[in-house]
Unconditional design. Sequence first.
Length: 114
Amino acid sequence: VQLQASGGGLVQAGGSLSLSCHAAGINFRLYSMAWYHQAPGKERELVASIDSDSRTNYADSVSGRFTISRDNIRRTVRLQMTALNPEDAGVYYCQTNARGRDFWGRGTLVTVSS
């Protein structure tokens, strides 16, 4: 299983950014996917998840600002982030649980300037 995340970068506070994660090695449409955020010096935390029926779940801190979606044809999960603030900065990882274990992408860095 390989998860390749992209889309990170530098954005001003209040701005928007979109992350993508392409999955290979699994029957993508059958699996839940998730995005996690790790701020500097902090633990990795769940930001948003989407199951195989496209039902979504969000952390309270991003609810209403972030949108997770999936494209089963392109085997991609996206995280649309709006109204970004400095607390949203850090590394974002896509994740899935398959074959009895967690798989993680390498992560993509989001920097928010105030």
